[in-house]
Design a protein around this ligand. Structure first.
Ligand SMILES: O=P(O)(O)O[C@H]1O[C@H](CO)[C@@H](O)[C@H]1O
Ligand SMILES: O=c1cc[nH]c(=O)[nH]1
Length: 235
């Protein structure tokens, strides 16, 4: 047991899908896993382990933002022997190149967070990146499923309601596709612990068009992204 996860050693699979929303974790476990077992509900941040087509898979909510996601990612990697984490999140599109419900695979994650500035003493701007093999598998299985996985940079932000929409425009001009709140921390921790990480996100908000999905859709409708994640980690 850790401070935030009540699982016993061995309860969690080596591969973990990580949505921010714990109720999305429950939906994924109940929709895709055979015989899912809830190994932790500490703080209602659900974690489940079950079987997906002969592979043992866990799904763990990360909460919103890098401090919360870092706690769960750290405990999974440092204490439970997890080797692969795949974020299955929602995100806001900052470019006309994307539409609502598009799936984006984050090749890297820029950030406005201070976490890595603290980690590297403000001397180095660390570049958090996805695991290349996992990214390639996700893009390939998406194509096999008839879905385009857009590959590009994410912005992992500490802010959901921004006062600086002009910064989104500037970042879009430098190839950043969408804003979310966890990928940079997960990529950094995976590198620290020698694990593999990938952030897949579904566009739930189009910040250029000002269109949005409902909270129910964010919780229980991201089938394309989840199926890409499951196929990639079981390939
Ligand atoms: O839908 P999830 O996975 O939580 O991801 C996005 O949604 C939350 C904000 O609504 C943040 O956690 C952001 O990264
Ligand atoms: O961080 C996020 C996540 C979803 N939608 C947004 O606009 N921002």
């Amino acid at each position: 047991m850790t401070a935030h996860i009540s699982a016993q050693p061995g309860d969690i699979a080596e591969t973990v899908l990580m949505p921010g929303d714990p109720l999305r974790a429950k939906w994924i476990a109940e929709t895709y896993l055979t015989d899912p077992v809830c190994y932790s509900s500490v703080r209602n941040m659900y974690g489940f382990t079950g079987d997906y087509r002969g592979h043992r898979i866990s799904v763990q909510g990360s909460g919103m933002g890098m401090p919360s996601a870092s706690i769960y990612t750290h405990e999974l990697l440092a204490e439970y022997g997890v080797k692969t984490v795949v974020r299955v999140g929602s995100a806001g599109a900052i470019t006309e190149r994307l539409a609502l419900r598009d799936v984006v695979a984050g090749i890297g994650a820029a950030s406005d967070s201070n976490m890595n500035r603290i980690r590297f003493d403000g001397i180095v701007d660390y570049a958090p990146v996805a695991d290349f093999g996992l990214l390639r598998d996700a893009v390939d299985v998406a194509a096999e499923q008839g879905v385009t996985a857009h590959v590009g940079q994410l912005l992992s932000s500490d802010v959901f309601y921004t006062d600086r929409p002009d910064m989104y425009q500037r970042l879009a001009g430098y190839g950043v596709l969408a804003v979310e709140m966890e990928a940079a921390a997960m990529y950094t921790l995976a590198a620290k612990f020698g694990a593999r990480a990938l952030a897949l996100v579904t566009i739930s908000d189009h910040l250029v068009h000002e269109t949005h999905l409902s909270s129910e859709e964010r919780q229980s409708s991201f089938a394309e992204m989840v199926e890409i994640a499951l196929a990639a980690v079981t390939r």
